[in-house]
Write a protein that binds this ligand. Structure first.
Ligand SMILES: Nc1ncnc2c1ncn2[C@@H]1O[C@H](COP(=O)(O)OP(=O)(O)OP(=O)(O)O)[C@@H](O)[C@H]1O
Ligand SMILES: [Mg+2]
Length: 457
């Protein structure tokens, strides 16, 4: 057995097979041997490298396959891959479930078997699509499943190999039953939503109608009680006059008639009749105006606004409220000239009546009952009403303008006066503020942009 040639690679330590046979040529063949050994060495190294690369590729391939299998089995849509003749090559879990077949069973079948005879898209249609190399998009197809025909919406694409030849088709079918259910659920939810919205609109309408009715009732209350009060007075006057006329008809005369005349206050009665009737008329006109305003309720016509002096309006408002209630209050006016504003006099009258009414209510039972009304004109017209009531308690100050906020007994206040007034003043681009006077009592301040009587703005 010969030794390894000197200078041979370190890793070749064992004698080479057949080295004995070549012993006679030793010396001459050393170089050739070394070359052969090196070549083998290189080839072996290459083989090893290729093996490693192959294993790596294999691992990658396996990973990709696992990934695709995972994707396919997690799909809820039915996936079928077939060759150009329609032989099924691969399906996913959803397909096996839909056709109730064990794993691998569908791969032995033909696509034609899976399509119901009455399907709107037939196997021939699919084949024609492959031939045309076209795509299928949202075509309705009926699969023949053991549970009966299963309607699906199918999308499909032709598969090509690396050389661009059509090698089959992939179909993805989404059961339409689920879609239809989802659509009908959606439609039902939409319908419910519309219904709820309708109800909301309706209840909002009813609420605003309620507020409107309450507001109208509130506003009608003052002029009606004014008319009512005057009607009572007239009734009393009528009774006195009837008694007097009866006596005249009975022939009573002379001092007896004069005595009766004085007793029945006939002269005062006759003098007051016209005023009382005027008062009734004014109240009735206000009722008429409120009703007329109602007609304009939805369309407040700004062009119908006019320039007017606030002073007579303040006096009239006070007169109305006071006459309707007959309280014994002291009033003091300090109204400058030219308190001209622009707007709707009827609405501003309403505001003033509300403010006066609140002042009277606040002063009820107070030892001093005085209402000071001051008006000043400048860039704006400012009107203050100061009463000698208890003032506005700090804890309710932030709420007095809220609709339906009242501290008054049930039946006495609706809590709408200030909120309606606030809305009206806002419409006139003015402000309405409540405060307490340092010496007691509430001070309500109404500010309105000044207008000019001449041009009406
Ligand atoms: N001058 C005032 N002094 C003291 N408190 C007042 C005065 N004006 C209003 N308030 C308070 O503000 C509340 C709300 O007033 P608002 O005019 O809005 O309603 P109301 O007078 O209670 O009822 P309504 O005016 O609807 O008959 C009153 O209940 C009262 O507590
Ligand atoms: Mg009020």
């Amino acid at each position: 057995m010969s030794q390894s040639p000197k200078g041979s690679p370190k890793d070749i330590e064992a004698p080479l097979p057949g080295a004995d046979l070549l012993a006679p040529f030793a010396g001459q063949t050393d170089d050739a041997w070394i070359a052969v050994i090196r070549k083998m060495d290189e080839t072996y190294a290459e083989l090893v490298a290729q093996q490693v690369a192959l294993e790596q590729k294999n691992a990658e391939l396996e990973e990709a396959q696992t990934f695709i299998a995972g994707l396919m089995s997690s799909m809820t849509d039915v996936l079928i891959a077939c060759d150009p003749a329609g032989r099924i090559e691969q399906v996913n879990l959803a397909a096996e479930r839909a056709f109730q077949r064990p794993p691998g069973d569908l791969e032995r079948r033909h696509l034609r078997e899976l399509i119901a005879a009455e399907s709107p898209t037939t196997f021939d249609d699919l084949r024609a699509t492959i031939e045309r190399r076209a795509r299928l998009s949202d075509r309705e197809l009926l699969f023949a499943t053991p549970a009966g025909p299963l309607p699906v919406s199918v999308n499909g694409a032709v598969r090509f190999d690396s050389r661009g030849r059509a090698v089959g088709m992939v179909l993805v079918g989404r059961p339409i039953g689920e879609l239809r259910q989802a659509y009908s659920d959606l439609a039902a939810a939409h319908e419910r939503l519309k219904q709820t919205q309708k109800q909301l609109v309706h209840s909002e309408k009813m609420a605003s109608l309620g507020r409107l009715v309450a507001g109208v009732a509130h506003e009608l209350n003052n002029p009606i009680s004014f008319v009512y009060g005057n009607a009572h007075t007239l009734k009393r006057y009528g009774a006195r006059l009837t008694t007097y006329l009866d006596a005249v008809h009975r022939g009573v005369s002379g001092p007896a008639l004069a005595k009766l005349q004085a007793e029945l206050k006939i002269d005062t009665t006759l003098a007051n009749i016209a005023g009382t009737l005027d008062g009734m008329l004014e109240g009735a006109e206000r009722v008429r105006d409120i009703v007329a305003d109602l007609r304009h309720f939805s369309s407040e016509r700004r062009e119908a606004w006019e320039a007017f002096d606030l002073a007579p309006l303040v006096r009239s408002a006070l007169e109305w409220v006071v006459k309707a209630q007959r309280p014994t209050i002291e009033t003091q006016f300090d109204l400058g000239d030219g308190l001209v504003v622009v707007g709707h006099p009827g609405h501003i009258h309403q505001v003033l009546m509300n403010l006066v009414q609140n002042a009277l209510d606040a002063m009820e039972g107070q030892p001093v009952q005085r209402l000071d009304i001051t008006g000043r004109a400048g860039e704006a017209v400012t009107l203050t009403l100061r009463d000698t009531g208890p003032g506005i308690a700090p804890d309710i100050a932030s709420r007095i303008f809220d609709p339906f906020f009242t501290t008054k007994a049930v039946g006495k206040g609706t809590g709408l006066g200030l909120s309606i007034s606030y809305g009206i003043v806002q419409e006139h681009s003015g402000t309405l503020e409540a405060a307490n006077h340092p010496e007691g009592g509430a001070v309500m301040t109404l500010t309105l942009p000044a207008g000019s009587a001449a041009n009406g703005d």
